[in-house]
Structure formats: C-alpha cells, structure tokens
Design a protein around this ligand. Structure first.
Ligand code: ZN
Length: 407
C-alpha cells in the first residue's frame, strides 16, 4: 500500500476512518482500526476532515499579479458603486497586455499555480485573453503551464476574447487559432459589444465555433450593473439551438441580481433546459449572482477565485476556502447546512459545473484528497488555512504546518 490516512473525519459519515491508496487510486475506506495495515506513507489526520480537493470554476490566470502594472484606476471603475463603469475598467486594464511576453505571463501564473498546489486546488478553469493586443501570448503561456503542472493541477484553458468580437476585428480568428493550438474551451464576453444585436452575434459565432470543434463554452455574461443586459439568455438559447446541453458555463452574470422576478423565473427555466452551469465570485464586485436562488432551482453553481491581485481585485491567494469564507458573508450563509452547500460549490458541484464527474472519496476513485485544518466544514472555513496535507494521485504533494510561540 502506498498511502494510508488514519483518523480521518469524513463528510456525512460519523466516526473516524482510514483511507488507503494504491497505484494512484483509493483502494479502501474503512472504519478506524487499531490493527491498521502498513503503508509506505502514513498520515494521521487526528480527527480532522478529509475531503475531495478543490475546483476553481473561474480564474483569469493570464492576468494574475498585474495590479501594479495596471494602476489603481481600473480597480476603482470595476468595483465602484453598481459597476456602472465596468466596461471602462476593462478598457483601461487592457493596456497591461500590449507589451508583455509569454515568459512574464508564465512566471506570474506559475506563482499562482504553486499556491493552487499549496491550497489543494486540483482543477481550474483558466481564462487566457485572446485579442489583437495580446495575440496568443496568454494562451501559449497557459498551455505550457498546463503541461508543466499536469500531474498536480488540471487546467482547462479558455480562449477568451476579453475585448469583444465584433468590436475587436481579428479576435474571432485568434480564438479559432487558439483552439487549433490546444485551448480546451471557447470563451466569450458578449455583453461588452456595442449593441444587443452584436452581443447575440458574438454568442452565436462562439457557440458555433465550439460546436464545430467539439469544445465546451465558458462566457462572461451580464457583468455590469445593468438590468437590461440579456446575454445569459442568449447563451442558453444558443446552447439549445446547437444541441449542446450541459456544455456551457456562465461566469459572473451579476445583472441577474437586478432582474425583475418574473423575468428571472423564466430565465432560470431556460438555463435549466440548456443545462447551463454558473460560476460566481461574490468577493470581486458589489453585485453578484443570486447563488442560492439558482441552486434551489436545481442549477449547478460553482464559486471561483476570478482574480488574483489584478486590475479587478487586489487580493487573492488561490485559496478556495478563503473564497467560500468570503462568499459565506456576502451570501449571508451562516448555518451548517448552508456552509455545507458552499463547500460543495468549491468541490463536487464545482467539478460538475466544469463537465467533470464529481470527485468522490470511495474505492476506485483517484486518490486526490485534502486533509483540512478543522474537524468540521465550519472549522475549516473559519481557519481558511492551507490543508495540512494535499494528496494527489496517492502521493503527498504539499504539507503545511503553522506554529506560534508565545513569549
Ligand atoms: Zn471574471
């Protein structure tokens, strides 16, 4: 046996447990027993919670650690008031891309991915800007890192036309080129186009491209304080037209919090029919998706880090427990059942949103696990500390200890 975790608390299963791993897979999950088998590596969880690792549904990985390059004005525009100047923020943040090299993007993104390993983030949907300014610099850098981190972090690279499609001539061809060179997901940001007709065309072209190449779609929709925005509806409609049930995610969709109830109810029905999943990041803006309303309606919702120290958000450590901790406050989630739902949104449901089977702690599943610093979800969220151990493929990939001396 390669690895044995002893004295583990498991979600929804009382008592203490042992988890054994062999050849990269979980080989047994059994009640704690003094006569435990031996293993090459034995970890004592000491009653702490052991769960599946984290999934980040949405991260602008090509922009991490660029805040100092962008300057503070974009930050003020994006997060100010009701996000009325969200478009101005995107335009001023674009200046960063003009003269950065793939090596510079790679170095900054590598630092963020190292934090992913520390914090047990096993999977990330990573957006790379693709536009006439950035060219394929971001995509190239992230595809190289996808290879470099292959055994540690599954990176789904999204070819993302950040500056629009119809208002940014050449972007469409670049997205297709990005898909040809290996990007996994077709991106989009239709709400940024000048007219609703252009927004609808943006959605149609990108969903058609994804359909042609057999790829999934991930779009930033309705990301401003404007209740007249309708691009979530356009995305769900296009997925249905192409028979792409469950093949798309909507990111942000903040305007949904401003919609009149009758329209919101219709839209939720449409999204459910299209199998559209959502990713929300309530900490990066004053408006956010009505997360629990959608989840109550049976729509899969994940949480995302969104940004790490860039022109849209000044903090971020790629710590999904921190993301859920912040979401708990912003979504007014306090009870254990509510915290449990948030935890699903950074683990099992988050994987489903990205089109990946929900990870499980059962024999035969990949031996990917985190040993948390807490005996319950609430304690783990309170600490939002790195896991004491991150296990990937039955091997300990990272261990963290914290110790304070009082004098
Ligand atoms: Zn975003």
């Amino acid at each position: 046996m390669d690895l044995l975790i002893r004295n583990a608390a498991l979600r929804g299963r009382p008592g203490r447990w042992m988890i054994a791993a062999e050849d990269g897979l979980i080989s047994a999950v059994t009640p704690e027993d003094r006569d435990a088998p031996t293993a090459a590596t034995v970890l004592d969880a000491d009653g702490h919670l052991v769960t599946e690792p984290f999934t980040d549904g949405h991260l602008h990985l090509c922009k991490v650690h660029t805040l100092d390059l962008a300057g503070p004005s974009a930050l003020a525009d994006y997060t100010g008031g009701s996000m009325g100047a969200a478009m101005t923020a995107i335009e001023s943040a674009a200046a960063v891309k003009a003269d950065q090299s793939a090596a510079a993007v790679r170095a900054r993104a590598r630092a963020a991915l190292t934090e992913s390993v520390r914090h047990g983030v096993r999977r990330v949907q990573a957006f790379a800007d693709v536009d006439p300014t950035a060219g394929l610099t971001g995509v190239t850098a992230l595809l190289e890192l996808k290879e470099e981190f292959r055994s540690l972090v599954d990176i789904q690279v999204v070819a993302f036309p950040q500056d629009g499609l119809l208002r940014s001539p050449g972007a469409e061809e670049l997205v297709e080129e990005a898909i040809r060179v290996g990007a996994d997901v077709v991106g989009g940001i239709p709400w940024i186009e000048w007219t609703d007709a252009d927004a609808a065309e943006h959605v149609r072209r990108m969903v058609a491209l994804a359909h042609r190449y057999g790829k999934r779609v991930a779009m930033l929709v309705d990301d401003a304080g404007d209740p007249s925005l309708r691009t979530t509806e356009m995305l769900a409609t296009a997925l249905l037209e192409h028979g792409m049930y469950g093949r798309g995610t909507a990111q942000h969709a903040r305007a949904m919090s401003l919609y009149p109830q009758p329209y919101l109810r219709r839209l939720i029905g449409l999204c459910r029919a299209a199998g559209l999943g959502f990713v929300s990041d309530p900490h990066t803006g004053p408006l956010h998706l009505p997360v629990f309303t959608l989840a109550d309606a049976g729509i899969p919702v994940a949480l995302g880090q969104d940004d790490i120290e860039d022109a849209y958000y000044p903090f971020g450590r790629h710590n999904m427990l921190e993301v859920a901790f912040l979401a708990a406050h912003l979504l007014d989630a306090r009870t254990d059942p509510e915290l449990d739902r948030l935890y699903d949104m950074i683990t099992v449901t988050a994987a489903r949103v990205l089109g990946v089977p929900a990870p499980e702690t059962v024999p035969g599943a990949p031996a990917d696990l985190v040993v948390l610093q807490g005996r319950t979800i609430r304690q783990a969220l309170t600490a939002h500390a790195p896991p004491s151990h991150v296990v990937i493929g039955g091997r300990v990939a990272a261990s963290t200890t914290t110790r304070t001396e009082f004098h």
